[in-house]
Design a binder for this molecule. Structure first.
Ligand code: GLU
Ligand code: ASP
Length: 525
């Protein structure tokens, strides 16, 4: 089930909490039990606070993301002018942006665990996100890029930590916590559903920057309700550390010092690239980043296998994690083209006239979230039912099925695109069916693979393995942007067919290898 994703994010941050390694006196012990009283669909009231906070955050994230590629690739001479970038440049920027949103979840979780506590991280992160969207509402190129940097940093602070508190509302864990995450997950997708509808109507219909501003307004509404609803959270989300306040302050100084040096280095690099002093294109930087991350992950696993001090059994299980990491990175590299190539297809090659009114292309960005709301509960029931009949497919088989579902979606789209021209656009049903198949694939691979990580990781490596899983999402997002950039060189039907064949091929390899991979999992299932 998808909700496991959030549960595991919670695990990641908890592991970081227990790993702070200090034996100093405890300065703040916190009872993580939420207050009793009125409930929210039978759950603690605090869940409603977090539900709406995350709903508004996702409203702003997916609302802005729906406009991002369209804005970058719209010509500067239109009545609602864009940035006039070619698709390859826009894809590379989109890929780097969405990848960094995932990578910053790692320092974001660390800051909450070691310096601020989750509540402060959410509060500060939310404002940074809102400031980012409002900065993007200013129509200059510089404010556009600065706004993206703010959203990246803010999301890294907010997203993993809001999930952590959800987990803390259920100190006993178990099925009740999973159910809590199911409700919470509906909040995520409600936001992802509503965001593009509002920002697309304003951004595509009137002015791009109004859409960006609307994303910021959504985030502010989320913050207001977070502040008002905090009283329902009981004692959860405060800093729990064994360090003395002075030590926390010193650690904070050290961290933010290093962070400033890092930001200054990146800013200098960006300046040198934009001024032409370093002769690199955005696409080259994005590809370089992707390959560097991939090589680092491979080296990390080689280190674990050779010098990590693990048993043969543990090494086998970590090999399965590496396998799942590759599968999920490939999966996201197709799936996350929703915001790029599929969005461009919706704009340029889809007849979006419904009852005589043309709907914005970004409206179709809501379809996946809508299907998740409808299908996630059904899939939850399906796995339990299959399990009761002892025919529940194994994790590697589900991963393969996820890729095959994704590939099927791309085949459908390639078929639709083959008949589409700007003068003779095709029905949006092609995209709706594609998104349906992509959602089915997502529900097979994403939550299941994630849940497998905690089962397969050696206990002292769970946090790191979760980090690897996030890096898989980051890599997938990055490559999704780069692959979509190929629209610059080939017709959409060819691109979608190539993507379908590669992902389908990896899916078949996944299915063929599944027996072997299952064996390597040992008793984990
Ligand atoms: N779409 C989900 C969300 O925004 C999950 C994305 C992922 O973890 O890859 O929370
Ligand atoms: N399905 C995504 C997430 O699972 C949301 C989206 O892509 O719109 O919540």
């Amino acid at each position: 089930m998808k909700p496991d994703l959030e549960w595991l994010k919670r695990n990641l941050t908890n592991v970081l909490v227990t790993n702070n390694g200090s034996s100093e006196p405890i300065v703040s012990t916190v009872n993580t039990t939420a207050p009793s009283g009125r409930t929210f669909f039978g759950h603690p009231r605090g869940l409603s606070t977090l539900f709406f906070t995350e709903m508004w955050e996702r409203f702003s994230y997916y609302g802005m993301r729906a406009l991002l590629t369209l804005f970058m690739t719209t010509a500067t001479i239109e009545s609602n002018p864009g940035m006039g970038f070619d698709v390859a440049t826009a894809g590379a920027i989109y890929g780097m942006y969405t990848a960094l949103v995932y990578i910053t979840a790692l320092p974001g979780g660390w800051i909450a665990d070691n310096l601020w506590g989750q509540r402060k991280a959410i509060w500060v992160g939310g404002w940074i996100i809102a400031i980012g969207h409002f900065t993007m509402a200013i129509p200059t190129d510089f404010s556009f890029f600065l706004g993206l940097v703010f959203v990246i940093c803010g999301t890294g602070l907010l997203k993993p930590n809001v999930s952590t508190i959800v987990g803390d509302l259920y100190p006993d864990g178990g099925a009740r916590r999973d159910a809590g995450f199911s409700v919470f997950y509906m909040g995520i997708n409600l936001g992802a559903f509503l965001g593009p509808l509002v920002t697309g109507w304003l951004g595509e219909g009137y002015h791009w920057h109004w859409g960006f501003g609307a994303a910021g307004v959504g985030m502010v509404l989320g913050l207001i309700q977070f502040r008002l609803g905090q009283r329902h959270l009981g004692d959860v989300g405060h800093l729990r550390t064994e360090k003395l306040p002075d030590e926390v302050a010193a650690l904070s100084k050290k961290f933010f010092g290093a962070f400033s040096v890092f930001v200054a280095t990146v800013a200098t690099f960006a300046f040198l690239v934009s001024s032409g002093a370093i002769p690199l294109t955005v696409t080259q930087i994005a590809s370089g980043l992707g390959y560097a991350v991939l090589i680092l992950v491979a080296l990390y696993f080689i280190y674990l296998w050779t010098a990590g001090g693990h048993t043969a059994e543990e090494n086998k299980r970590m090999a399965v994690i590496f396998w799942l990491f590759l599968m999920i990175a490939v999966f996201w590299s197709g799936f996350e083209q929703a915001g790029t190539s599929l969005n461009i297809f919706a704009r340029d090659l889809t007849d979006r006239t419904v009852f005589g009114i043309e709907i914005p292309a970004s409206t179709l960005q809501s379809v996946n979230a809508g299907f998740i709301i409808l299908l996630a509960p059904l899939f939850g029931v399906l796995w339990v039912w299959l399990d009761s009949r002892q025919v529940n497919p194994s994790i590697p088989v589900k991963a393969g099925l996820g890729l095959l579902g994704l590939a099927a979606g791309f085949f459908v789209l390639a078929w639709g695109a083959a008949n589409a021209t700007p003068d003779n656009p095709v029905s949006p049903s092609w995209l709706v069916v594609t998104y349906f198949l992509h959602t089915v694939g997502e529900l097979c691979i994403s939550p299941i693979g994630l849940s497998a990580i905690t089962k397969l990781s050696p206990a002292r490596r769970v946090g790191q393995m979760m980090g690897i899983w996030f890096v898989g999402a980051a890599l997938g997002n990055l490559f999704a942007g780069l692959v979509a950039g190929q629209l610059e060189n080939m017709p959409p039907a060819d691109l979608f067919q190539t993507v379908a064949m590669i992902i389908g091929g990896v899916g078949i390899v996944g299915m063929l290898a599944s027996q072997q991979v299952k064996k390597m999992m040992g008793s984990c299932d």
